[in-house]
Ligand binder design. Structure first.
Ligand code: CTP
Length: 407
């Protein structure tokens, strides 16, 4: 069955072609996309010129095929191409180009524009089986998948150009085009949405040097923000206590330190946003008083420090939730059962809670990995197996979007 190609109408697609015997197959892909109404910009690596003439792609797409990195005399071309593109497709992608991109090497027009792209990049590898199964190439591909920006289709198995049988053939055209369409949908599925995400552990100061906090690194909140921007959100505001992580591209970051500041920031926006995700680990207790000097040991510190229970911000947000707003909480627990989480969801008037077991090594707080249960108000539960936080963030957004589509 032919995939539906209406999604490509008026979309700008950068088609990368690298040095592979399968380069001729990109001609038909280019032609299919162009006839579906896409604006296809062909970009060839210098090595690809050994396999096919750039005029072929220029004639089919109606756009000049770009090969030379330093030929353009106008705007910074690789940046303007990557910013204006809706999606990148590299088909066929050689082991060399894949490895260069995975290491951030931009030594030609294709690699520099892929590195600066902020849209999804679909890669269709084509190489000999011995290259594809090489541990280094495999590691490069895994790292690229985990980054969240790169998606792979194929390779397929069968007769290879060298006469051997095995895995490494460029995936068939239908499958590549179908996957490209799926990705275009995916990169638009938060279109128009305004989102706030909180990240990191609050620091509740006792005096000018001492504070109470927790081990939260903020990485989960950052990954959620990155993924939201990637999926086309209109505005993503990240309220963060963390200063040692690079701000995600396209996301507005507001730095706060304690619960009071976080509350203030949140309530400034909460009436005007569609989705709120409370990924921050907010202290459950706060000092009754903050001293504006350093308490001395000889002043009997313990007698001067008193704690009280903190406001539950998630609950406050739940109380004033506006029509159609979707609120997500997190629960970092040392062991839990679904029923206790469902109770928490109802008590706080949230729509979803993402629970993770902090007693397990190698996931959750401070780690780059997580493994979570996504529990919704209707009692449904989906487990996301251990993965990089960016991939977990993708699964969480998939579930939020599913719920929003049902509203
Ligand atoms: N939260 C909040 N305000 C607090 C404490 C937590 O808004 N003072 C939010 C967190 O951002 C998280 C959710 O509530 O999204 C759950 O936090 P958690 O600490 O796991 O649960 P609590 O409800 O505080 O209960 P407990 O720690 O006793 O299980």
């Amino acid at each position: 069955m032919n995939p539906d190609t209406s999604i490509f109408f008026k979309k700008k697609i950068v088609l990368g072609i690298t040095a592979s015997i399968a380069a001729f197959k990109a001609v038909s892909i280019c032609s299919r996309l162009t006839s579906s109404g896409a604006n296809v910009v062909p970009v060839m690596t210098p090595g690809a010129l050994n396999f096919i003439n750039p005029i072929t792609f220029s004639s089919i797409s109606g756009n000049r095929t770009i090969v030379e990195q330093f030929q353009n005399q106008r705007r910074i071309y690789h940046i303007s191409i990557s910013r204006s593109a809706d999606i990148f497709l590299i088909a066929p992608a050689s082991a060399n180009t894949i490895s260069k991109i995975s290491h951030g090497i931009g030594d030609n027009f294709l690699t520099t524009s892929v590195i600066s792209a902020k849209c999804p990049v679909l890669i269709a590898p084509a190489m000999n089986e011995s290259m594809y199964l090489d541990p280094v190439i495999n590691k490069n591909i895994t790292r690229m998948k985990e980054s969240g920006k790169f998606f792979f289709v194929g390779p397929g198995s069968g007769k290879l150009a060298c006469g051997e049988e095995g895995i490494g053939r460029l995936e068939n055209e239908e499958t590549i085009i179908e996957k490209l369409g799926e990705l275009l949908n995916y990169s638009n599925d938060l279109k128009g949405k305004r989102i706030i995400i909180t990240a990191g552990g609050t620091r509740e100061f006792i005096d000018t040097v001492r504070y109470i906090s927790n081990r939260s690194s903020g990485k989960m909140g950052y990954a959620l923000a990155e993924e939201a921007y990637f999926r086309g959100a209109r505005e993503v505001i990240l309220i963060s206590t963390v200063k040692n992580l690079p701000p995600p591209y396209g996301v507005k970051v507001e730095y706060v330190e304690n619960t009071e500041e976080m509350k203030e920031s949140l309530f400034k926006y909460s009436n005007d946003v569609d989705i709120i995700i409370m990924a921050a680990a907010i202290s459950d207790i706060v000092p009754v008083k903050k001293y504006d000097f350093k308490l001395k040991k000889k002043d009997d510190i313990l007698s001067k420090i008193e704690f009280k229970e903190n406001d539950d911000i998630l609950k406050l947000l739940g109380e004033k939730k506006k029509e159609g707003q979707y609120i997500v909480g997190f629960a970092a627990e040392s062991g839990y059962n679904t029923m206790s989480i469902i109770e928490k969801i109802r008590e706080k008037n949230a729509d979803m809670i993402v629970a993770n077991d902090i007693s397990r090594e190698g996931i959750g707080m401070e780690s780059d990995f997580n493994e979570v249960d996504i529990i919704k108000q209707d009692g449904s539960c989906r487990k996301l197996e251990k993965n990089k936080k960016r991939i977990i963030a993708r699964g969480i957004w998939d579930e939020i979007i599913k719920s929003l589509n049902k509203l």
